[in-house]
Design a protein around this ligand. Structure first.
Ligand SMILES: *Cc1c(COP(=O)(O)O)cnc(C)c1O
Length: 320
């Protein structure tokens, strides 16, 4: 069960170690959409994404024995960075498992944040086996990037922050992959504003939560490469929390194409002076493609900035 009170409690610890990221009103998007559009600049969060919110809350809720044994995760991206940072902050052992084919800059990035990196095998599944072994044999706690109630409550602190910054919102556009982010944010925002609607945004290739909701149960969806790399991956056939919570809390899911994501990154840079990764651009992209037209003031969550800067340079150099 995800309780509003869990999110309130999470904020007490999460806010000690994170920054309150700004909210700005976008003049150009407001004009394009015809309603007031705000942007939550969570791309400016420490480590470059919101993931440290959930990681800090998950670690702080471990019991003393679990804290002693440490945490383990499987992620080359923002969850790995967030968990490494949070564990280091709280003096907890942290091992991030990845396959040997992961690029060296990603490995160094995680190590620089203080985590141990274990390179195993040549694919994600083999790395998963090592993470499972560490949790069974060494008692380390496996921290899922999304399907963990403390992680969800931690991400929900973003919703509390948004409501404090802009109380009069009708719609929130939130990036959606495994659903930890959107479930936490929706729980917080809807508790504080019963009329608010939450719109999930995923990429149109391999949108696991979207396809699973359509099917009425968690299903396997083939993973495809996307500019929004932080949104790729499945929701788990044994999904415990986020499938049901998404069904309850998310009013609609819209999809954006690769071209629209690229345009979103371009737009964020040239109109809002913001550097965002693909996943950080999908909320803007969905407002621009007008698949779902908000009828009142709305916020678009820009959730991350961890993009290869050479790739970013290429994307923003394209003529619009
Ligand atoms: C993890 C992540 C997401 C997706 O979050 P879920 O909780 O899996 O839905 C979106 N954007 C960024 C930048 C992320 O790191």
């Amino acid at each position: 069960m995800l309780l509003f009170e869990d999110i309130v409690r999470a904020e007490k610890i999460v806010s000690k170690h994170t920054v309150t990221t700004p909210v700005v009103q976008s003049q150009t998007l407001s004009k394009a959409v015809g309603k007031r559009i705000y942007l939550k600049l969570e791309n400016q969060q420490i480590t470059g994404s919101f993931k440290i919110r959930g990681a800090i809350n998950a670690i702080s809720n471990l019991n003393p024995a679990q804290k002693k044994a440490g945490v383990v995760a499987l992620s080359t991206g923002n969850h790995g960075r967030g968990l490494a940072f949070a564990a280091n902050l709280m003096k907890i052992r942290c091992i991030i498992c990845m396959s040997k084919v992961v690029p060296s800059n990603k490995i160094e990035g995680i190590k620089a944040l203080g985590a141990e990196v274990r390179l195993i095998g040549t694919n994600q599944d083999e790395a998963q086996l090592e993470a499972d072994r560490l949790s069974i044999e060494e008692g380390m706690t496996y921290v899922s990037p999304f399907d963990n109630i403390d992680v969800i409550a931690g991400q929900g602190t973003l919703g509390l922050e948004i409501h404090r910054q802009i109380p009069e919102l009708d719609f929130a556009f939130v990036p959606l992959s495994g659903g930890g982010l959107i479930c936490g944010v929706a729980k917080a925002l809807k508790e504080l504003n019963r009329n608010l609607k939450v719109i999930g945004v995923s990429m149109d290739k391999g949108a696991a939560m979207y396809e699973s909701q359509k099917a009425g149960k968690p299903i396997f969806v083939k993973e495809e490469k996307s500019l929004a790399d932080a949104l790729t991956g499945g929701i788990g056939l044994d999904n415990k929390y986020t499938f049901e919570l998404t069904k309850q809390l998310v009013d609609e899911i819209v999809l954006v194409s690769e071209e629209e994501i690229a345009d979103g990154i371009h737009y964020a840079y040239w109109h809002e002076s913001q550097i965002v990764e693909g996943a950080g651009a999908v909320a803007i992209a969905s407002l621009l493609n007008k698949q779902f037209k908000p009828t009142g003031p709305s916020i678009a969550l820009m959730c991350g900035r961890n993009i290869n800067m050479d790739e970013h340079f290429t994307l923003i150099s394209a003529k619009s």
